[in-house]
Design a protein around this ligand. Structure first.
Ligand code: ZN
Length: 307
């Protein structure tokens, strides 16, 4: 999507659901926000002075099976990644997200309900240039057999490979190029997934208390337990791309860079973000420009260049 101006919502919009890990009900309202606000959560169930939590790389506080952000008072918001992916996919820069609990509702386990919410609210361009983060240097992080590389590229590309050996998920690989793909159709509908044999251990650890066949694909041996099966043949790797898009949007804007991920998850996604921004020579923030492959925009670029 070629977006050169910041965007926000036209109207506010609400939904309700449950937290995947807490299992608790939560109500969420998305509000339009001024240019350069960024993405900010407001917890309405805590003291107002401690209620604001920014969704950016500085506020990353946890990566245990989900992405959590927190402020200096310890107020946190968990499982933000699918909402973040929808905001990235719909190119929304500025939004205030009110929640009456500590976790974003899981909805159906994909980003699609959030995309529909944003579409229903409507999205408008604002009178401020969009900021993108241009990657200038190759950065790599590894953890055992998992690895992630980001390197300079003209647009945002993710090449993701997963390998759940000895399961029906097995090896899957997917490439996503922001300029060509439809986030909503190609990635947004892919649901989170888990293995039936892990369910008890997760619950005794106080995780996935809200997890069910309504919000996750559950794999049991060679079978998918969900009625209706998969939404895509390779729904698993598409969901990993979705998580990666959501996590990378914590950069503070869209990235101009190519990510190559092997068996990565939230923890390594976060490590890559930290490593990238720890090196001041590895990135620069620039105003978004229309891509030259866009025939509508190309004459303007040429005119600007010769002016
Ligand atoms: Zn996910």
């Amino acid at each position: 999507m070629d977006v050169t101006h910041q965007r926000t919502l036209r109207n506010r919009i609400s939904c309700t659901g449950i937290g995947l890990h807490s299992g608790l009900p939560v109500a969420m309202t998305l509000h339009p926000a001024l240019p350069d606000t960024g993405i900010i959560f407001r917890r309405t169930d805590v003291a107002e002075s401690e209620s604001l939590v920014r969704a950016n790389r500085e506020s990353l506080s946890g990566s245990k099976l989900c992405t959590t952000v927190a402020n200096e008072f310890g107020t946190s918001v968990a499982t933000i990644e699918h909402l973040m992916a929808a905001l990235a996919g719909c190119a929304v820069d500025n939004v205030l997200i009110e929640l009456d609990g500590a976790e974003v509702p899981i909805m159906d386990g994909s980003a699609e309900p959030f995309v529909l919410l944003l579409e229903n609210a409507g999205m408008i361009e604002q009178d401020a240039p969009r900021q993108v983060v241009r990657v200038l240097k190759r950065i790599e992080v590894t953890d055992g057999v998992s690895s992630m590389v980001i390197e300079p590229n003209a647009d945002f590309v993710i090449d993701f490979e997963i390998n759940f050996e000895n399961t029906m998920v097995s090896r899957q690989r997917r490439s996503y190029r922001d300029q060509d793909a439809s986030f909503k159709d190609d990635i947004g509908k892919a649901r989170t997934f888990g293995f039936a044999e892990d369910a008890d251990a997760l619950r005794s650890a106080g995780l996935a208390l809200g997890g069910s066949l309504d919000n996750a694909v559950v794999v049991d041996g060679a079978e998918i337990l969900n009625v209706g099966g998969l939404r895509y043949d390779d729904e698993f790797v598409r969901h990993k791309v979705l998580d990666c898009i959501g996590d990378m949007y914590l950069a503070g804007g869209p990235l101009m860079g190519k990510i190559t991920a092997i068996r990565s998850g939230h923890a390594l996604n976060h490590q890559l973000l930290v490593a990238l921004f720890a090196d001041p020579d590895a990135w620069v923030t620039v105003d978004a420009m229309p891509s030259v492959s866009d025939p509508q925009a190309a004459p303007e670029i040429l005119a600007a260049a010769s002016a």
